[in-house]
Write a protein that binds this ligand. Structure first.
Ligand code: HEC
Length: 181
């Protein structure tokens, strides 16, 4: 007897999630690169506008789609970005071990809901070092606002962390819950 091939419950949601994460990652790289080329001393405001907007957009994507979109890192700056379960820890270790692995997905149960979780690696680029380079040279706003900061002393090409998108199988219900809490 032939077994049915396993299938992905929401293939179009998954491919949309992949695309949205590419857009989000390009947004961060673009913001960081625009800072790098600046001649004048960056102001507090321009300095703040690289990774926080990424977090805000992740939240917005969660609300709009019924997904759970996160950034996760072992060496995190914002403690909200620490690995949230064993799967996430294993995913980080896998990206660490396999430098050519860009992304993959997994089946997980989160908050009692079964779903598909997409993971995408984040590597360090030269433009990131202004804020994630040597500990002593971090901008003052980072030193002041992130007392538990671990996200420094990175080099170009290091694994910085990953994006994660959890798509519950019942994504319609999740979207309703997100829009009428
Ligand atoms: C202008 C300073 C600055 C630059 C440049 C910068 N970051 Fe960040 N990064 C931050 C701050 C501040 C946070 C914490 C944001 C928050 O509170 O959510 C952060 C958080 C992150 C996080 C979320 C995980 C965590 O540690 O909290 C990732 C991933 C990240 N940065 C990657 C990058 C990458 C990749 C680049 C280069 C393309 C980069 N950053 C460039 C300041 C910066």
């Amino acid at each position: 007897m032939a077994l049915a091939a396993p299938n992905i419950p929401n293939p179009s949601e998954l491919s949309r999630a992949v695309q949205e994460i590419e857009n989000l990652d390009a947004m961060r790289s673009g913001l960081a690169a625009s800072l790098e080329g600046r001649i004048e001393e960056p102001t507090m405001q321009t300095m703040k506008e690289v990774c926080r907007p990424v977090g805000m957009r992740a939240m917005q994507l969660s609300h709009e789609n019924g997904w759970q979109v996160k950034q996760i890192a072992k060496k995190y700056r914002n403690p909200a970005h620490a690995p949230d379960n064993l799967h996430a820890q294993i995913a980080l270790a896998k990206f660490e071990r396999e430098p050519d692995l860009v992304g993959f997905w997994d089946r997980e149960t989160i908050d009692g809901q079964l779903g598909t979780r997409y993971y995408r690696r984040i590597d360090v680029e030269a433009s990131c070092l202004a804020c994630h380079g040597l500990k002593e040279s971090r901008p003052q706003f980072v030193k002041d606002n992130y007392p538990q900061d671990l996200a420094y002393n990175f080099d170009v090409g290091d694994l910085r962390g990953m994006y994660s998108v959890f798509i519950p199988d019942d994504v319609k219900q999740a979207l309703q819950d997100a829009t009428n809490p």
